[in-house]
Design a protein around this ligand. Sequence first.
Ligand SMILES: Cc1ncc(C[n+]2csc(CCOP(=O)(O)OP(=O)(O)O)c2C)c(N)n1
Ligand SMILES: [Mg+2]
Length: 228
Amino acid sequence: MVTKFSKETYLYWYELMLLIRQFELMAEEKYKMEGKIRGFFHAYVGQEAIAAGCMTATRPDDLFITAYRDHGLAIAKGVSVNSCMAELYGKATGCAKGKGGSMHFFSKECNFYGGHGIVGAQIGTGAGLAFAEKYRGSDNVTLAYFGDGAARQGMLHEVFNLAMHWKLPVIFICENNHYAMGTSVSRTSNITDIYKLADAYEMPADVIDGMSAEAVHDGVARAVRRAR
Ligand SMILES: Cc1ncc(C[n+]2csc(CCOP(=O)(O)OP(=O)(O)O)c2C)c(N)n1
Ligand SMILES: [Mg+2]
């Protein structure tokens, strides 16, 4: 087998994915056992390869914004696990000063713009971040993540339309884990290949194996070249 990536890259991916997994397993255990972590809790277990591949395909000054399943992407962006854990416990030392909890991790310094609980809202806010970067004349790209459930929100269509019309440097990443809470993708639309929604706006779109950091890196790197 030809190794396309360097040993350092594989080690970086492995360490990052392991860090996220360990954080989530520990946090979830505390959430269930202690009762000190209040509010909702959404783990990133199983989606770590997406965070890993996206990190090597982007620069630190590129922006990430996501939904409430935000722990893994925040950690990937460099938000310290201590400040993430503190945030879960509502402490002032948390990355959102303890005011947000699990769903609202945030760090402007790390270019991690949340952590949003309204399903699909970050699709629009993500396009807004990209608009701001373009307006300021930077060449930073914004990665806006959303779930398969959020793909059914009407705002996605308005945002896709304007993002293409205004040529915004934004990449929309649907993390399709097949379920929106208990509702399977096929129960909410006859379009189960979510990438096809992009066709209506002549937006380039790919299906990527989210279980492979290599595949995510390649796919996102392609999108980043276009967007930048
Ligand atoms: C506007 C809005 N409607 C409904 C909800 C309730 N809700 C919370 S999570 C969720 C499912 C979202 O599923 P998906 O986008 O696939 O994300 P996943 O949890 O799979 O990462 C819903 C409908 C909400 N938070 N916001
Ligand atoms: Mg889902």
